[in-house]
Design a protein around this ligand. Structure first.
Ligand code: SF4
Ligand code: SF4
Ligand code: SF4
Length: 292
């Protein structure tokens, strides 16, 4: 927690990998200042290549989306509604009622997105080479020296996170995404993005502790003028995510699916249909010979 200093789980050394303790990220846009230190720290620590400099014209977001060379992405969202009791622009009054009477309501949200490290991970289930594995801390890791670049994981991810790196970047063709800084964690270090975040908008720690904190955080925000605060941690199909978020308003505004689905949930019905079709065809063939 901010104010805990070196005792914060974002700062102190740990032994979660050795203990096999499930950890996660809780990312809170109400604390984010859009500094992008997380994006930069991720690129720097993991030697992720730059994927081009261009002006998107989309607020101050020139990164656009997560991808093979963008493992953290700070989304800039501009909305025509007030943010809690915050007043935007020059005021003709000092109360929210004055604002809504005389000013266009406006809020600016910053949301640091990342791989969700799903409990039921589509990428992991689809990978035919065993390149994608579950680690001791519950994260989902791509072992790039085993990846053959088939791209199955790309289409099986319900969040559009993982992607294949394009030429002429190094290791082009392979699939890449956030590693949850497994190498740092194995040495007792906090993931680079959380370590660099100056406001602890990205909060790293044991998943059970993060869930308890997240519930308290939402209750606090709702009691202090943010009625649309809620936690995004879909349970259906993906069975929970290890990098979960506080959101103000609807998930679609953040590019998050309200009901993400892992394709394997359709496997049972697909195999049942295939079996029924096969039995039907067999029965029809027998009937055809019988009545000949
Ligand atoms: S968000 Fe996508 S890439 Fe990340 S673990 Fe889930 S399925 Fe895999
Ligand atoms: S955990 Fe590590 S790899 Fe993942 S986004 Fe943060 S810095 Fe990048
Ligand atoms: S480092 Fe923290 S405050 Fe800065 S953009 Fe990332 S999440 Fe937001």
């Amino acid at each position: 927690m901010i104010g805990e200093g070196i005792l914060s789980t974002n700062q102190k050394k740990h032994a979660y990998v050795q203990e096999g303790r499930t950890v996660g990220f809780y990312t809170d846009p109400t604390l984010c200042i859009g500094c992008k230190a997380c994006e930069v720290a991720c690129k720097e620590w993991n030697d992720v290549p730059d994927d081009g400099y261009r002006w998107s014209g989309n607020s101050y977001d020139n990164t656009d989306a997560l991808g093979a060379s963008t493992w953290r992405h700070v989304l800039f969202i501009e909305q025509d509604r007030p943010r809690g009791e915050q007043l935007a622009g020059p005021m003709s009054g000092d109360r929210l009622s004055d604002l809504t009477a005389h000013e266009d309501p406006f809020r600016w949200l910053f949301h640091s997105d990342v791989c969700k490290h799903c409990e039921e991970a589509g990428c992991l289930e689809a990978c035919p080479t065993g390149s994608i594995v579950r680690t001791e801390v519950g994260s989902v890791l791509v072992q790039n020296d085993i990846c053959n670049g088939c791209g199955y994981c790309v289409v099986w991810c319900p969040f559009g996170v993982i992607d294949r790196r394009k030429k002429p970047l190094h290791d082009a063709g392979g699939a890449f995404k956030c590693t949850f800084c497994y190498d740092r964690q194995a040495s007792g270090l906090v993931p680079a993005c959380a370590k660099a975040c100056p406001t602890e908008s990205i909060r790293f720690g044991p998943l059970d502790e993060l869930h308890a904190y997240a519930d308290r955080r939402v209750a606090h925000l709702r009691a202090t003028g943010y009625p649309d605060a809620h936690n995004y941690d879909p349970q259906e199909s993906v069975r929970g995510i290890h990098a979960f978020f506080l959101l103000l308003g609807e998930p679609e505004a953040y590019g998050l699916p309200p009901r993400p689905q892992v394709p394997t949930i359709y496997l049972r019905s697909a195999w049942t249909s295939a079996a029924l079709t096969a039995f039907g065809a067999l029965g029809a063939a027998f009937a055809a010979f019988w009545f000949l």
